[in-house]
Design a protein around this ligand. Structure first.
Ligand code: G
Ligand code: G
Ligand code: NA
Ligand code: MN
Length: 249
């Protein structure tokens, strides 16, 4: 359809950019990482939401090229950020189940000169389920380079718990749909249990979709340390991020 044809003909390098959202260490008040979120401004269609164009790229064989264009931009951003701030990059189901894509990612990371320990790759449970063995292999490959790997949207997929111990991930991003749970006893019990599980497995736990001060204080009481969400900042262009970082000092 129209979106696919336009994406196929697009100058990806010129039309794609990354929006950046901070991940904050709530205990120390520092910025632990920024997540890179793809944005497409098409001269024909205008701004297209990532949910749409990522899905189209996935099913029309365009994901390999798109991921590499975005990763190149992400590595450029990582190189310009202070060394203590990590860069978190989303991989799609296609990416983690495609050996040629994974090899190209590894080569690009190694050529970039960016310290691999400053990179976090986010994979969703849905992507892992598609081909568990391939996903496991890809995650091991990234970890062997020294990169971090986070299980994204945690809790929304199924058999989440088995993934935690079968995959060599070192981070979990608990899905934003759990944040309203801060306001109920059962919701808090669930959040506390996920936190305890991560602690026992030595997995860093990040709460995403944090929108209010009261959520932050409740999450901190439940043992959470890392937060991402509109309460801190919306995704923003690199220049705005630099200003945002400077204003916090
Ligand atoms: O940026 P926004 O919050 O609208 O993101 C919507 C969805 O698109 C999220 O699920 C996010 O993980 C996904 N997404 C954003 N950027 C990228 C990207 O660079 N690669 C992949 N594979 N998914 C992305
Ligand atoms: O699937 P993933 O977690 O990568 O999706 C990131 C998406 O979540 C982005 O589209 C981003 O704009 C959105 N997002 C980030 N912070 C918040 C928040 O505090 N509330 C809501 N509702 N969405 C958020
Ligand atoms: Na993500
Ligand atoms: Mn998520």
């Amino acid at each position: 359809k129209a979106l696919e044809a336009t994406l196929r003909a697009a100058d990806l390098d010129a039309e794609m950019h990354l929006s950046l959202q901070p991940i904050v260490n709530g205990r120390h008040g520092t910025v632990a990482a920024v997540e890179a979120l793809a944005r497409w401004t098409s001269p024909i269609l205008g701004n297209v939401p990532p949910d749409s164009f990522i899905a189209v790229a996935e099913r029309s064989g365009l994901m390999h090229d798109l991921t590499l264009v975005l990763l190149k931009k992400a590595l450029g951003i990582a190189a310009r950020l202070p060394g203590e701030i990590k860069l978190s990059f989303n991989l799609s189901a296609h990416d983690i189940t495609s050996p040629p894509t994974m090899l190209a990612i590894v080569a690009m990371v190694q050529r970039s000169g960016v310290d691999a320990t400053r990179l976090i790759f986010e994979v969703t449970e849905t992507a892992v389920i598609r081909d568990f063995n391939a996903a496991e292999h890809s995650i091991r490959l990234l970890r062997s380079l020294g990169c971090h790997v986070a299980l994204d949207d945690f809790g929304t997929g199924y058999s989440s718990l088995s993934h935690l111990h079968r995959l060599p991930i070192d981070r979990v991003k608990i899905d934003r749909s759990f944040m309203p749970g801060c306001n109920s006893e059962t919701g808090r019990n669930l959040l506390r249990s996920v936190r305890a599980l991560c602690t026992s497995m030595e997995i860093v736990c990040i709460a995403e979709g944090v929108e209010t001060d009261s959520q932050v204080s409740i999450l901190r009481q439940l043992g959470y340390e890392f937060f991402q969400g509109y309460h801190y900042a919306r995704p923003m262009p690199f220049e705005a991020l630099e200003e945002w970082l400077a204003a916090r000092e």
